[in-house]
Design a protein around this ligand. Sequence first.
Ligand SMILES: NC(=O)c1ccc[n+]([C@@H]2O[C@H](COP(=O)([O-])OP(=O)(O)OC[C@H]3O[C@@H](n4cnc5c(N)ncnc54)[C@H](O)[C@@H]3O)[C@@H](O)[C@H]2O)c1
Length: 261
Amino acid sequence: MAKRFENKHVLITGAARGIGFEIACQFAKEGAVLSLLDFSEALLEEAVAQLQLLTSVVHSYHVDISVRADVDLAVLTAENRQPIDVLINNAGIAFETPFLQIEEQEWKKILDVNLTGMFYVSQSVCRHMAIRKKGVVVNMSSKNGLDGEFGYAHYNASKAGVIMLTKTMALELAHLNIRVNAVCPGYIQTPLSETIDSKAFVDNFVKSYIPMNRVGKPNEIAPLFLFLSSEESSFMTGQILIADGGQLAGQKPGQSLIENI
Ligand SMILES: NC(=O)c1ccc[n+]([C@@H]2O[C@H](COP(=O)([O-])OP(=O)(O)OC[C@H]3O[C@@H](n4cnc5c(N)ncnc54)[C@H](O)[C@@H]3O)[C@@H](O)[C@H]2O)c1
């Protein structure tokens, strides 16, 4: 069977671990040429070694996406190797701090990576796509971009910003044949979530808020990025796909006022 992304050049940010790495694995299995951008050189090396077992061409760029000059240089180098067909804006960070205690530096750090960094990478790549009048972008937002959560004012604000960035890019770039969509995962078990939350917290969170009674896995999120990057979604732009185990559907049955459900 033909592979869906055979020889397509896919650039993925934050691809060295977690959901970004799983997205890279799934594109690799579909024959993509990969460019991985990540902040961590050590993790990148490991990721490249594993991905080379799945696909023939994997390039890596050790880049902090919140540094514009480094982003532009990496994107230009990647473009010169092969025009970029698909951009996956996945890189992101999170800290848990109550609103009244957030220091200016921490606020700026989250916004710089999650929103401004995404803007830098998107503008840099889309300027090349615009010349070719062809391209696809998929942005990583979050369930927290649509609904508040205690302790994450800066993260929630950054992910809500990603949704509006996605919609506005979709509007402005549609005539250039560039589609832009976003994915909003709920709670996904990754190194990021494991560094923030204890097992007891996660168990209680699941019990209280997630109708499917479990957290998600990266391999349940990555396929949405491939779908939105593929011809299967050719008439979709400016859309937000949510995968959260039912969290945003409403109250959990356990919280229902109707008895015996
Ligand atoms: N895990 C969840 O529950 C969850 C839920 C919704 C959305 N998300 C979003 O999914 C994305 C990936 O999350 P994850 O849980 O896989 O995290 P993770 O920490 O496991 O992986 C994030 C990757 O991004 C890289 N990165 C961080 N800052 C960077 C920067 N400035 N420049 C370049 N690379 C950088 C890290 O080195 C790492 O490889 C994030 O945008 C996150 O906000 C995660």
